[in-house]
Design a protein around this ligand. Structure first.
Ligand code: SAM
Length: 280
């Protein structure tokens, strides 16, 4: 999914590639290091280690990664970033953190830890999703929430409103603090931390769900995102039921509408990928 969403070279959006490559270019006087916070399966850390074999890469996560064998320049540490990561202070040329902030009770505190782990002049790569949903012209869509009209009107091209945006509206409250760019622009969040220079660069990544989109992205991306979205909606249903605010019937109707919307509605989900340099 990320390879398709980013486009080449795949590990980050192409527009940020020169920044990463400059940061990681071989320097005989100084060992280059990358940290991936919330590394999950470990795929990003392993692939960056393979791409830059002269760089030492550390993946850090609460959970175990999926790999049996690793490139010699890659290792994984286990731990909770919310307890602080002083063991990494000032060590890294690049710190990458993707889709982690939404899992934390204090997403802003994450930036403090990232900044402290970077060398002066080091590069932050922060990637996060948003609760916002966009229409085919990339216009923000408004939430449709129950009670739904009866009979529910058939879903056509979504131009102003979205059932999935409605689902995310409720999920936002259930999931806690939420995702960084949902509350403020990613640029401002990073700048406001105080450790980073003002020239933060943010790339918008629009993910077409169930269709190819207008940006020349591959059909495969739409299919992957449709599957991810469907699995997410199914997995989050118990949390909706637990609130006591929605009957099983209403949720069933809602899920059906989301399914139709992602077949014919031409919606985009949205991520941002930001690059910021730690002040010298
Ligand atoms: C959605 S996954 C993203 C994984 C990976 N960054 C990627 O993009 O494929 C979120 C990851 O954050 C990790 N995580 C959540 N809270 C964490 C914490 N407090 N400390 C360290 N890792 C955490 C989870 O274990 C999970 O692997």
């Amino acid at each position: 999914m990320w390879r398709l969403l980013n486009g080449p070279p795949g590990l980050y959006p192409g527009a940020l590639a020169p920044l990463v490559e400059a940061q990681l270019k071989i320097d005989a006087s100084h060992q280059k290091r990358v940290l991936d916070i919330g590394s999950g399966s470990g795929i990003w850390a392993v692939e960056i280690a393979e791409t830059f074999p002269h760089v030492d890469v550390v993946g850090f996560d609460l959970a175990k990664n999926k790999y049996e064998t690793l490139p010699t320049n890659c290792r994984f540490d286990r731990g909770n970033v919310e307890l602080g990561i002083p063991q990494y202070r000032g060590l890294f040329d690049v710190v990458h953190c993707r889709s982690v902030a939404a899992h934390l009770t204090d997403p802003i505190g994450l930036l403090k830890s990232i900044g402290e782990s970077l060398k002066p002049g080091g590069l932050l790569l922060l990637v996060d999703g948003s609760y916002n949903v966009y229409g085919s012209q990339k216009q923000p869509l408004l939430p449709i929430l129950p009670p739904f009209d009866s009979p529910r009107p058939p879903v056509h091209e979504q131009t102003t409103h979205s059932y999935f945006r409605g689902w995310m509206e409720i999920w936002k409250d259930l999931a806690g603090n939420g995702i960084i760019p949902a509350t403020k622009s990613a640029d401002d969040i990073i700048k406001d931390d105080g450790q980073f220079a003002d020239d933060v660069r943010t790339i918008d990544l629009y993910g077409p769900v169930g269709w190819p989109g207008h940006d020349g992205t591959e059909q495969e991306l739409g299919a992957i995102l449709k599957q991810n979205l469907t699995e997410f909606v199914q997995a989050s249903k118990p949390a909706f039921l637990k609130t006591g605010g929605f009957s099983s019937e209403v949720l069933g109707e809602w899920m059906l509408a989301i399914d139709e919307e992602t077949d014919v509605g031409h919606i985009y989900t949205f991520w941002t990928a930001s690059a910021g340099f730690k002040k010298p």
